[in-house]
Write a protein that binds this ligand. Structure first.
Ligand SMILES: [Zn+2]
Length: 382
């Protein structure tokens, strides 16, 4: 896309952000006259980036108007998400609509290398089916990512995967470059800021409760991801029991007060093999009125509220989005979360605290965020 003039890229971005916007809206957004807009639209149409379609009539006269939509033969991006149970690969078009998807399991995979290779093959196979329109790819992984290296897979016994090198080492007939590797919660935050519950926010805090607690701060739709892309490990802030060791090597990590192992300890159960599934079951039991489960969940709910308040005091976000199991914690124990949140806030923030809002994109948020960052790279570099 580097061959496009900057104003054409701006128009393409406008269509990406609001597919189906009318020509009049596009002209207003970019502050363009009718002639200049027509020139840019023709350019993007010739480049098979944007197409025109009849839009629903607007205004009292019901004048027909023209909408700008993704070109049916336009560029695509591939994005993959690895969880501790499975992986999914999606191909999306300009505007974010999903045009193809495939999934696979990771059970039986002996290392992360095999999973990265599976993702590469999946993207290439979809690219071949879609006439080679996939321009670039991104991957979201569970666990910290530093300088594109997947440092540690949460719950999986893999570490230090050089993801771009693994991607490049697969001998395939097509060549879709991998341009984004990110932590799943960080990419979920970007997804929420661009197309989810935090769309349009100035600054936004996303908290994702999964195996541990992660998230990110976004500003203007960009994640503040640190010098090495490894920021947002909120679960490893010392909001927990200072005596308790965390697998990360630190003591007192906040996330240890909110995981499945913590619930099992509180309920006198053995350490669960799948702490996420265990947490889900305990939340179900608490919702159904199990008193012991409810007490354990209340403790975690208070920890969530308290930690969120501390981060709000430090970061001053417009809102807080909650992903993973955090919305369930809020739903099952809303009073405990909100009371702890309120009491942890500096007093001047209490009159109008940033809302705690359920994330809007669900499990797809990391895929949406990954796709947005891949598109960003394509707009910049082609
Ligand atoms: Zn830790």
């Amino acid at each position: 896309m580097s061959t496009l003039p900057p104003r054409a890229v701006e128009l393409l971005r406008a269509v990406h952000e609001r597919p189906g916007l009318t020509r009049a809206e596009a002209a207003k957004t970019l502050d363009l006259g009718t002639g200049a807009l027509t020139t840019l639209v023709n350019r993007l149409q010739d480049a098979r980036m944007v197409a025109q379609a009849a839009a629903a009539p607007t205004g009292s006269r019901g004048r027909p108007t023209t909408a700008l939509v993704p070109h049916p033969d336009g560029p695509l991006v591939g994005v993959g998400l690895v969880t501790h149970r499975s992986w999914v690969v999606r191909v999306v078009e300009v505007g974010g609509a999903v045009v193809a998807e495939t999934t696979g399991g990771i059970l039986g995979a002996t290392d992360g290398d095999a999973v990265v290779r599976d993702l590469r093959r999946a993207v290439d196979d979809l690219d071949a089916r879609l006439d080679g329109r996939v321009r670039a790819a991104g991957i979201a992984v569970p666990g910290p990512v530093r300088d594109n290296r997947w440092v540690k897979a949460t719950l999986l016994d893999w570490s230090d995967q050089d993801v771009p090198a693994l991607w490049g080492a697969v001998d395939r007939p097509t060549d879709v470059p991998l341009v984004v590797v990110g932590n799943d919660a960080t990419l979920a935050a970007v997804g929420e800021a661009r197309r989810g519950a935090a769309r349009g926010s100035h600054t936004h805090l996303h908290l994702h409760l999964g195996i541990g607690m992660g998230g990110a701060v976004t500003a203007g739709g960009e994640a503040l991801d640190g010098d090495h892309g490894a920021a947002g490990e909120f679960g490893h802030m010392p909001f927990g029991d200072p005596e308790r060791a965390c697998p990360c090597g630190a003591h007192g990590c906040w996330g240890r007060t909110m995981d499945g192992e913590d619930l099992a300890r509180a309920l006198g159960d053995p350490t669960p093999a799948d702490p996420l599934a265990y947490s889900e079951r305990v939340l179900d039991r608490a919702a159904a009125g199990d008193v012991a489960a409810a007490a354990a969940v209340q403790a975690q709910a208070r920890s969530l509220g308290r930690g969120a308040a501390g981060l709000v005091n430090a970061l001053d976000p417009t809102l807080v989005t909650l992903g993973g199991l955090a919305p369930r914690l809020l739903a099952v124990a809303p009073d405990a979360v909100r009371a702890a949140y309120r009491s942890g806030l500096m007093s001047y923030r209490r009159a109008d605290p940033p809302p705690l809002r359920t994330a809007g994109l669900g499990d797809a948020a990391p895929l949406v965020g990954a796709a947005e960052l891949v598109w960003d790279r394509l707009w910049q570099t082609g």
